[in-house]
Design a protein around this ligand. Structure first.
Ligand code: FMN
Ligand code: SF4
Ligand code: SF4
Length: 250
């Protein structure tokens, strides 16, 4: 069976993962890990795509916990990380190392660029047509390698100990005047940080700042605190207008 597992609060990782899965073969089984644990055990004959966004040069912590519960029986794996045009640092190495530890065999890996969820002008329109063409070419080359029964593990960038990333001690705040308590944010928060009874209350310690609730609030009533927004805009603005290349490893 062909599986495609992705963690994608704001959708870019999913877009790339779907393109690769559709190119690899018919009827992939999609598992959205963003809010569920998904399937845990895979068979030797399965091909599994794992796709993850990059947070602070690492994998999102809730995803790491889910990945560590997966089991592969030498099942063959394609890994992908998706990052916001800054850097992916140790994220791809972290993903591959966890999966090899789980009993999977990684035979192709990629790092793709997508819009940065913290800055509207950084990689704003990505993935675009060229990105999808490259994702398709990546899938075809991985398929060729698999058909040749070459399951050798690619060497990917990154080093141990991994880059430290403790997240940000803040969460988006909701404007009580515009919140009409539709519950969309609370239902879809990957870590259950938003109160279902009062969605204007968010647990900043649980929140991973994935920006899903900000992106999806129908009244556009959720934003990061002003000072944090300004800090992120200042830090990321030099990356606006820069086109970083996708990278592939076989
Ligand atoms: C908490 C957090 C940390 C991030 N850290 C990085 C980073 O270190 N490097 C980078 O290039 N992009 C970083 N990004 C941007 C995301 O990797 C990028 O926007 C990605 O497309 C999000 O995936 P998604 O749309 O599937 O949720 C970060 C985003 C978040 C929410
Ligand atoms: S999605 Fe927006 S409007 Fe709906 S409950 Fe959340 S903050 Fe309120
Ligand atoms: S509260 Fe935090 S973790 Fe939950 S959806 Fe919003 S940004 Fe993401």
């Amino acid at each position: 069976m062909l599986y495609c597992l992705y963690y994608s609060p704001c959708g870019s990782t999913q877009e790339y993962a779907v393109k690769v899965a559709e190119t690899l073969g018919p009827n992939p089984i999609y598992v959205d890990l963003t809010r569920s644990d998904g399937r845990l055990d895979f068979q030797r004959e399965d091909i599994v795509i794992f796709a993850a966004p990059v947070y602070g040069g690492r994998l999102p912590v809730p995803l790491v916990e889910k990945l560590e519960r997966m089991r592969g029986d030498q099942s063959h794996v394609i890994t992908m990380v998706v990052y916001g045009n800054r850097a992916y640092d140790d994220a791809l190495l972290e993903l591959n190392s966890i999966l090899v530890g789980d009993g999977f065999e990684v035979f192709a890996s990629a790092a793709f660029v997508a819009r940065h969820v913290f800055h509207p002008e950084v990689a704003a329109d990505r993935p675009d047509k060229q990105d999808f063409q490259e994702a398709e070419a990546f899938a075809n080359r991985a398929k060729y390698k698999y058909d040749e029964m070459d399951y050798s593990e690619p060497k990917v960038p990154g080093s141990k100990p991994y880059r430290e990333f403790a997240g940000m001690p803040v969460a988006p705040i909701a404007d009580p005047a515009s919140c009409f308590k539709c519950g969309t944010c609370a239902t879809n928060c990957p870590v259950g940080a938003i109160s279902k009874e009062d969605p204007t209350q968010t647990d900043a310690l649980k929140c991973i700042d994935c920006m899903r609730c900000v992106q999806n609030c129908p009244s556009q009533g959720r934003v990061l605190p002003q000072k944090v927004q300004e800090m992120l805009l200042a830090k990321l603005s030099p990356l606006a207008g820069v086109r970083k290349a996708n990278e592939f490893f076989y």
